[in-house]
Design a binder for this molecule. Structure first.
Ligand code: SAM
Length: 448
């Protein structure tokens, strides 16, 4: 795997490629309308990109986000050369069935070089988005950290290297051949010397757990013993999202919210924008939302976007704009029995929707062959149970969601007959559906 002798050339190549991409987008006329809406419209604070993060970053540059983001946290694939799955639980004829399908791959035909290039070019581009008060956290592990450190030193400057945070955790599995690997590495760099840093506190237990009684030092006591509060150190003991964790969403590689909370509280202020370009299950953006930060998420995986839509729905997030950069035709079809409206008053209209049936083109469905028959049977008998998430947006703006429903851990199917109240009538509504495999289907419906 060693590419030590090639590393300098790879970094230079990526730098040239990144700047030529930037040059290209710098010639794209910036639509004032887009910039205004993205940066100032408090109704649409946040953005979720479905697509390759290179395209998302370039789109952000066009929208005027250059130098506007205070925190970028990324947790890219780790070069594990493995596939990661998402698990779907289905009920069929009273029986629980689990289907696994690919969430994302961390394999590279071009080996380590391809992986390093993938990350490096994106790091160059991300730097453009960081504000002068900004910092970037790159979460990786023992496989790549030493290479990425050198790359980060080049891009952000050794002088701006703040820490290598060690996230230490307990997890299943040990090794007899080497020390059990139970930590990840998070490299932290600032853009300039004038970065946001709000030190967070942690408990530091006294020797012997007894009080020291030093003059002027506040001491506290819990079940373990006496402690003082000190500024956070760079080794963090935080539990993983385990099998029994309430946070668990069934997305492999999901990170704990408490990890992201530390990072966000330390490196942002309330008016800051936080971005995560490898969002996965959406931990960073969910924590940003809960802590009143603006956020930008991106992921190319269908199951990631499905998980995020449900996660943000559950925490009742503020409106966000979902931007699809995927350009893939939908493989689902939603049949609608009826849409009607009732005028309740001058500015109150009740829209009633009845769904009939849902269909997925099985030939294009990306699941294991062994599961196709089951899905085909479900489609025939209970197709609506394959819808995991539905929302209705208004007019042309995906951020204005007027109705939302999704399956929860043990929830039954989504509602097929539903209504909602709006304050003005638009020509059309848009029904957006995501099936249990993360495929999105959209249907525009004229109501006037
Ligand atoms: C390790 S996971 C992130 C997990 C996340 N931190 C969480 O807490 O759930 C990496 C994610 O990066 C996404 N990804 C990989 N390459 C990408 C690319 N080029 N553009 C956008 N997303 C990408 C994968 O789909 C996957 O969801």
């Amino acid at each position: 795997m060693s590419i030590i002798f090639e590393l300098a050339d790879i970094i230079k190549d990526c730098e040239v490629k990144a700047y030529s991409l930037l040059e290209k987008v710098s010639k794209t006329p910036i639509s004032n309308e887009i910039v205004q809406r993205s940066l100032n419209d408090k109704n649409v604070d946040n953005l979720l990109y479905h697509g390759d993060n290179i395209d998302a970053i370039l789109d952000l540059i066009v929208r005027g986000f250059k130098g506007k983001i205070d925190l970028i946290y990324i947790d890219p694939p780790f070069f594990t050369m493995a596939n990661y799955n998402n698990r779907v639980e289905l009920n069929y004829l009273g029986e629980k069935k689990i289907i696994e399908y690919k969430a994302y791959t961390d394999t590279y035909k071009g080996g380590f070089r391809e992986y390093i290039e993938m990350v490096t070019i994106r790091l160059f581009l991300m730097k453009e988005l960081l504000s002068d008060k900004g910092s970037i956290y790159v979460h990786i592990d023992f496989r790549t950290v030493h290479y990425i450190k050198i790359i980060m030193d080049y891009i952000f400057g050794l002088d701006n290297f703040l820490n290598e945070v060690i996230w230490s955790y307990k997890s299943g599995g040990t090794s007899k051949k080497h020390y059990s690997r139970k930590h990840d590495n998070i490299l932290v760099y600032s853009k300039t010397k004038n970065y946001i840093f709000n030190p967070q506190k942690e408990k530091s237990y006294n020797r012997g757990f007894k009080p020291y009684k030093f003059k002027g030092v506040m001491e506290y006591q819990d079940d373990i013993g006496w402690y003082t509060l000190v500024n956070l150190k760079d080794v963090w003991q935080i539990d993983m999202v385990g099998r029994t964790s309430r946070e668990r969403l069934g997305y492999d590689t999901q990170k704990p919210e408490s990890l992201l909370e530390r990072i966000i509280l330390t490196s942002t202020n309330e008016d800051s924008i936080v971005a995560d370009f490898f969002s996965g299950s959406g931990t960073t953006i969910a924590v940003a939302e809960k802590n009143n930060r603006r956020w930008i998420g991106a992921d190319c995986g269908n199951s990631s976007i499905l998980t995020i839509m449900k996660r943000m729905g559950k925490i009742k997030s503020k409106p966000f704009e979902k931007i699809s950069l995927m350009n893939k035709p939908s493989i689902g079809t939603i049949r609608i029995r009826s849409v009607s409206y009732e005028i309740l008053s001058n500015n109150e209209y009740k829209i009633k929707v009845k769904l009939d049936d849902f269909h997925i083109n099985l030939e294009q469905l990306n699941i294991n062959k062994k599961d196709i028959e089951l899905i085909s049977n479900i489609l025939e008998n209970d197709s609506i149970s394959l819808i995991d998430y539905i929302n209705v947006s208004f007019g042309n703006n995906t951020a204005i969601i007027v109705y939302e429903d999704f399956k929860d851990k043990d929830a039954s199917n989504i509602q097929t007959d539903f209504d909602f109240i709006i304050d003005s009538l638009e020509e059309k509504i848009c029904i957006n559906i995501i099936d249990v495999f993360g495929n999105a289907t959209q249907e525009d419906i004229k109501i006037l």
